[in-house]
Write a protein that binds this ligand. Structure first.
Ligand code: UDP
Length: 332
């Protein structure tokens, strides 16, 4: 099988993708500075180089463990709200990480690159579901940073022959179905872990951000996609990079409102989700739902866990087994 460099492999989507690669017999090197990721999230079987993507020594140490068939680049700042307080840091760091790693990959003769991109590229979309032909108009510095990363990779393609896949994630949620990994952010800002934590009593009650949207129940609609299905999509785009670069929107294609998520968490957990109602969060579009028709047609991808119940069930299992997240788990 192959050998892959996974930056940000100690983070949420990255660690689940590392598991998917190891499960099919690939070798994996993780480059992660552990600023957001967790040592305990790097599975046994993967090698960890602890360092930053913009540290040439760390990147060199990682590439010394190659040669790699491809780089999967997850390492990034990823909070929309934070990006609107520190836009230059977001744009600077996210772009610097991509240019450093893609530059080193080209130098090492590795010409395949998978980028974690985002639905935030589309800002406030004109149509739902969102396909790849919609206008790219980020409404946050985070979205802008990822658009610039995609554009930088197009130059790596033009000059170095680097082929890349940009996967625009919608709302990643859930946990490894075998309980080996889960979601552990600090601070946690995402709806599913906050709702589960509130129901378990490990977190404070949450606030529903806005009840006056133009949606059936007044709360925002998002496309929640299981993290294991996201991981699978990364594996499926790799063979395409023998021929061309690709950009795909990656979601389930079904939208659920904030209220529906809270109801599902309550039903799966068998207890209510303590919450209050609050004002809108700045920058939140009313609805974001993906069309992943292009990805499905080109790769045969389809989600194994399309139902919100399954997404929440795997997340619930992980959070109840690890109420303190990776702090409960010894490093692998
Ligand atoms: N949300 C909420 N309360 C929270 C966190 C999130 O009502 O404490 C809502 C948020 O407004 C959005 C949805 O839940 O409509 C998903 O938010 P999340 O931050 O998980 O992901 P995002 O859509 O920002 O990527």
């Amino acid at each position: 099988m192959g050998r892959y460099l996974v930056t940000g492999g100690a983070g949420y989507v990255g660690s689940h993708t590392v598991l998917a690669l190891l499960d099919r017999g690939d070798e994996v090197v993780v480059l992660d500075d552990l600023s957001k990721g967790h040592r305990g999230a790097v599975p046994t079987g993967a090698k960890l180089v602890a360092g930053r993507c913009d540290d040439p020594k760390a990147v060199e140490a990682a590439f010394a463990l190659g040669p790699f068939d491809a780089v999967l680049h997850f390492a990034a700042l990823s909070l929309v709200g934070e990006s609107m307080r520190e836009p230059m840091r977001y744009i600077g760091e996210n772009l610097a990480n991509v240019t450093a790693v893609a530059g080193a990959a080209a130098k090492a003769g590795c010409r395949k690159f998978v980028l974690s991109s985002t639905a935030a590229l589309f800002g406030f979309p004109e149509r739902i579901p969102i396909d790849e032909d919609q206008r790219l108009e980020p409404a946050s510095a985070y979205g802008e940073s990822k658009l610039l990363c995609e554009r930088a990779l197009a130059w790596a393609e033009r000059v170095h022959g680097m082929r890349f896949a940009a996967l625009r994630y919608f709302n990643a949620a859930g946990a490894d179905p075998d309980g080996r990994a889960g979601e552990d952010h600090d601070p946690e800002t995402h709806l599913v872990p906050l709702a589960i934590g509130a129901a378990l009593g490990t977190r404070a009650p949450l606030t529903v951000f806005g009840t006056d949207y133009d949606t059936p129940d007044g709360t925002c609609i998002r496309d929640y996609v299981h993290v294991a299905d996201l991981a699978d999509a990364h594996l499926r785009v790799l063979p395409l990079l023998d021929h061309r670069s690709v950009r795909y929107n990656l979601g389930n294609g079904t939208g659920y409102s904030v209220r529906q998520v809270l109801e599902t968490v309550a039903a799966i957990g068998g207890r209510p989700v303590p919450h209050g109602l609050g004002p809108r969060r700045e920058g939140d579009p009313a609805a974001l739902v993906a069309s992943s028709a292009r990805l499905r047609a080109d790769t045969g991808w389809s989600p194994r866990f399309p139902a919100l119940e399954d997404i929440v069930r795997t997340a619930w299992a992980w959070h109840s087994a690890h109420p303190k997240g990776y702090a409960d788990r010894p490093a692998a």
